[in-house]
Design a protein around this ligand. Sequence first.
Ligand SMILES: [Zn+2]
Ligand SMILES: [Zn+2]
Length: 201
Amino acid sequence: MMPFKDKCKLCGRVLAYGYLRRCWKCGQYFCLDCMVPDVSTGDTQRMTCLNCARRMVSPKAENKYARLTSYLKFRKAFTDSVSLTLAQIDGIIGDNLPIEAYRSTDWWANSPNRIHSKAWIEAGWRTVEVNLKEGYVVFKRIENSPRATITKERSENLPERPFQPVPARIKRMRKPSKTKLAKLYARIKNIERQRRNLLKR
Ligand SMILES: [Zn+2]
Ligand SMILES: [Zn+2]
């Protein structure tokens, strides 16, 4: 049975399903206050959550997976194996994983060419188990993995996963409008403030 209500992933308000929309980019549900129409086309059929919108208009594409790298580097000192739920990873990177991460085990392949998998490979970890049904991933430490030998390590340690090249995504570079960006940031700030106030009560 579908629950009648759910939480907006950004502001945390609990609303009936009719008041929540799915972000076409990340696939999570948000209230309409936390969404904008598609940032490039203004298409209201493609509602975008503010997290994704911010990323799309942000001039420099910051690497949000850098936090996963630091987290895994930190864990390396204590353990050889780390199991994380997808929600925990959302928490670590402070953002939603893309919808592909929830749908496709390929997204979790140890590819040295993709920014997200590089995040764990460069930290000295590789994925050894992906369970999307239960929503968790197991990372295992790559033995003696200094940065310089990552490529070598890969070919030696990953015979079970044949390398599958990922079709390159064509990134359209468009000049973001400064006012658009400022408005988005202001809106996100405002929502965060409201959320904090809600929690205080
Ligand atoms: Zn919201
Ligand atoms: Zn989104």
